[in-house]
Ligand binder design. Structure first.
Ligand SMILES: C[S@@+](CC[C@H](N)C(=O)[O-])C[C@H]1O[C@@H](n2cnc3c(N)ncnc32)[C@H](O)[C@@H]1O
Length: 436
């Protein structure tokens, strides 16, 4: 981590991690969280490799494995182990020393699960390995709403991911400044390497492998050439990016508005805020608001109504059905009908207030209130810890239930079912692969 950036206006300091400035309100917390996620992910990959080895050993003992399955399991195990080294090399500034990684694993239950390091992992292979057709299709949509002669001026790309569309815009339209932002360091670091013209290797793990060895495919990622100068790659939260009002002539939101984590109306007001008067909002991607509350699962008509109500002129609009995530190594892939627009800012919108965080989270010396939610967490963690402490490799469900009843934690007639339920959940959780 280098010394970092200082804001001229407010004096806030921002660390630089792996050459990427971390322009977040609580950068150290965010970095600690991504470090923990990386530790969990590499541990998970190692565990998966060991699990494949154990399955191989067990089934080989029973002479129950066809040659091809042996080959596939060996390949998967080796790929998982190599992927740990490749990821740790790419994300070196985020790698935790061994002991800390174990502690983080213990604390890891509290990590929010919506955005993990491997969310959008396929995107980076699409962007820089096999996705020529898809990348061209998206850039074609952007060109269609922009026109090929457009002057973009200072350009901000929010949720840029691994950066292919940003690269195509930067190279194709030659804006004097392109700022790529995202908050996922894996994607940002891949973008950094690609823009610099360096190659990378990472494994892709297709969800529905096409051939025997397609369960893990070592991909070489590369850009056609190093990008010209005039770009910056920064970590920032699109809901709280620290740019002054009117900083940009163009803001691009590629495949972002339906996953960004807030309703479109306030998000459109943020885009408006970062744009100069007569600046341009380019959007492209899906309208898949399916995880939002019902009122926010917008149709195209409602979406456009919000755009114009947020200080933009009625947009130039296109709809097109394009291929999406069709990895050649996977049987999985789809078509998406995407919506693209170019909308000119005609009046200012009110910038939404930042998300309110309680004082006891921002000021380390303020007492933490014992809220009902924390009380509940505390009781359930104590029960959890008590149950786990009972597991000593000798006691049965009945033995444990008897001890729980003796401690008067539960009535005797409920204890057995409760212990069984608890252990079943723990067993099922151990069978599932989490997303980090
Ligand atoms: C569907 S992906 C699209 C990525 C890329 N634009 C593309 O077209 O491949 C959404 C991207 O937005 C990023 N993202 C989502 N919410 C964000 C937020 N609040 N701040 C910054 N990035 C965000 C994710 O990390 C992810 O890279």
């Amino acid at each position: 981590m280098s010394a970092g950036w200082i804001c001229d206006v407010c004096g806030a300091g921002y660390p630089v991690v792996g050459d990427v400035p971390w322009l977040l309100r609580e950068p150290q917390d965010a970095i600690a969280e991504w470090r923990a996620r990386l530790a969990l992910l590499t541990r998970q990959l190692g565990d998966d490799a060991s699990r494949a080895d154990r399955e191989l050993a067990r089934l080989t003992d029973q002479s129950a494995l066809p040659d091809r399955t042996v080959q596939r399991l060996q390949h998967l195990s080796e790929a998982n182990r190599k992927q740990v080294a490749l990821l740790e090399n790419l994300l070196r500034p985020l790698v935790l020393p061994g002991v800390l990684a174990s502690v983080q694993r213990g604390l890891g239950t509290s990590l929010p699960i919506e955005q993990g390091l491997t969310n959008y992992y396929v995107n980076l292979h699409r962007d820089w390995a096999w996705g020529g057709e898809e990348n061209d299709a998206t850039f074609t949509e952007v060109r269609a709403v922009l026109g090929s002669q457009a002057q973009l001026g200072r350009t901000l790309i929010l949720g840029a991911g691994a950066g292919r569309l940003a690269y195509d815009i930067h190279e194709g339209y030659a804006p004097p400044l392109t700022v790529l932002t995202d908050y996922n360091p894996l994607l940002l670091f891949v973008a950094r390497e690609m823009f610099a013209g360096r190659d990378l290797q990472l494994y892709e793990f297709p969800v529905a492998p096409r051939g025997l060895l397609d369960s893990a495919v070592l991909r070489r990622l590369s850009a056609p050439r190093a990008a010209r100068g005039g770009y910056h790659i920064v970590a920032a939260d699109a809901l709280d990016a620290p740019f002054a009002p009117g900083s940009f002539d163009t803001v691009v939101t590629p495949w972002l508005i339906d996953v960004v984590g807030e309703p479109l109306a306030p998000f459109a007001a943020r885009v408006n805020h970062w744009l100069k008067p007569r600046g341009r909002w380019i959007n492209t991607g899906s309208l898949a608001f399916n995880r939002a509350p019902f009122a926010e699962r917008l149709s195209l008509d409602e979406t456009l109504q919000i755009v114009t109500a947020s200080g933009f002129a009625p947009p130039d609009l296109r709809e097109a059905t394009i291929p999406y995530m069709r990895s050649p190594a996977s049987r999985h892939g789809r078509l998406e009908t995407v919506v693209s627009w170019s909308a000119i800012k005609r009046e200012a919108a009110t910038y939404p207030a930042a998300r309110r965080v309680p004082q006891w989270l921002t000021n380390d010396s303020v007492p933490v209130p014992r809220t009902a939610a924390l009380e509940f967490e505390s009781v359930s963690s104590r029960v959890h810890a008590f149950m786990l402490a009972l597991v000593n490799g000798e006691r049965s469900v009945r033995d444990m239930a008897r001890l729980i009843a003796e401690q008067r934690l539960l009535p005797a007639d409920e204890a057995e079912a409760a212990v069984r339920r608890f252990l079943r959940r723990a067993f099922e959780a151990s069978e599932q692969r989490d997303q980090y």
